[in-house]
Design a protein around this ligand. Structure first.
Ligand SMILES: [Zn+2]
Ligand SMILES: [Zn+2]
Length: 348
């Protein structure tokens, strides 16, 4: 069929007159190719359905394969939560029992104690009389003791119950490990391995090196699990503001918050404020919690159980924060085992 000069031609054969326009692609087709075009769209849909079915069966297979592992993980972590619950309840029961005992001693048992003191005094006096072995000073002393006992007996005991607000029970939380932290920046004397999971000191001793992680923290609570694979001396663990420039003596950077080993080397806003440091030795695993919501960092040594906490002044260390280490000597090697944000918080 011949076409007029300005008439659109079929997009498929490029010769016949375009009879129908497709609203999907806006192209025009002749009678025959309109049918073909429709068919090709149906085929596309068929292909999509086919890959959906494939995905569905892969998903079912993967879920079936991993369900045993997921169940094992769930059961293992549930045990940990159960243990925490048991230990916490035990701590509360023990504290209450101690308090009841103290209360009993200071109230009910008080009369029995006075009674026992009076018996001691009686024996002393009787003994002295039998042996005729006493002086005037002894008589005065016994008289005073007797007066004391009388006074104790007549007074209402001064006793109260008070609450100490220091933590008796540690908080428990469940972390979903989604965002992965890796080491990414250093001032030079650090090497990275295993796609940034590992950092180590390259050359010599006493060459300070700042190392930072790649994640940026500005909200939520995040925990980074680290394994100190090799340790010579001096590792600072902490955070720093992303806005602070890197420098080798980064413990003195104005937004540095963290701990060195030992005592007296705790840094806040780049100033050594003293206090208890970390007790890391080679092969230790530590948990660094970056709590943006409560503006603090916490470090727990899994081996010793030592837990340290440092409040962060947001004026001195503005968000976003970054994982910050300062390394110094060979051999030093630290691995990020995992990291993640806490989604659910179970607190007591
Ligand atoms: Zn055509
Ligand atoms: Zn079309």
């Amino acid at each position: 069929m011949a076409t007029g000069v300005n008439e659109p031609v079929c997009a498929s054969c490029n010769s016949e007159r375009g009879a129908f326009q497709c609203r999907g692609c806006s192209k025009v087709f002749c009678f025959q190719h309109t049918t073909n075009h429709h068919q090709s769209i149906i085929q596309e849909l068929d292909a999509i359905e086919h890959s959906r079915n494939l995905l569905q069966s892969t998903l079912q297979q993967t879920m079936a394969e991993s369900s045993a592992n997921v169940k094992a993980l769930h059961d293992e972590l549930t045990k940990k939560i159960d243990m925490w619950e048991e230990k916490s309840v035990e701590k509360i029961r023990q504290a209450a029992a101690d308090a009841r005992n103290d209360l009993f001693q200071l109230t009910i048992n008080r009369g029995i104690k006075i009674q026992s003191k009076l018996e001691d005094l009686t024996q002393q006096i009787q003994h002295a009389r039998q042996k005729s072995n006493f002086l005037e000073t002894d008589v005065h002393e016994w008289s005073k003791k007797l007066e004391d006992l009388k006074e104790q007996l007549t007074k209402v005991p001064l006793v109260t119950v008070c609450e100490d607000y220091t933590k008796l029970i540690s908080k428990i939380s469940v972390s979903g490990l989604h965002k992965s932290e890796i080491f990414g920046l250093s001032t030079g004397n650090a090497g990275f391995e295993d796609n940034g999971k590992v950092v180590y000191v390259k050359n010599g001793n006493d060459i300070y090196t700042e190392v930072r992680g790649q994640c940026e923290y500005f909200s939520g609570v995040h925990t980074i699990f680290l394994h100190v694979e090799e340790y010579a001396h001096w590792i600072l663990f902490g955070i720093i503001s992303k806005s602070t420039p890197l420098q080798i003596h980064s413990y003195a950077s104005s937004s540095c918050y963290g701990w060195y080993n030992g005592v007296d080397f705790v840094y806040a806003a780049g100033v050594c404020i003293g206090g208890q440091g970390i007790d890391v030795i080679a092969n230790d695993r530590v948990q660094l919690t970056i709590d943006c919501d409560n503006r603090l960092i916490r470090l727990v040594n899994e081996r010793s159980g030592r837990a340290l906490e440092l409040a962060v002044d947001i004026e001195k260390c503005p968000f976003p924060w970054q994982l910050h280490l300062n390394l110094n000597a060979q051999p030093t090697r630290v691995r990020i085992i995992s990291s993640g944000e806490e989604h659910k918080t179970l607190s007591c």
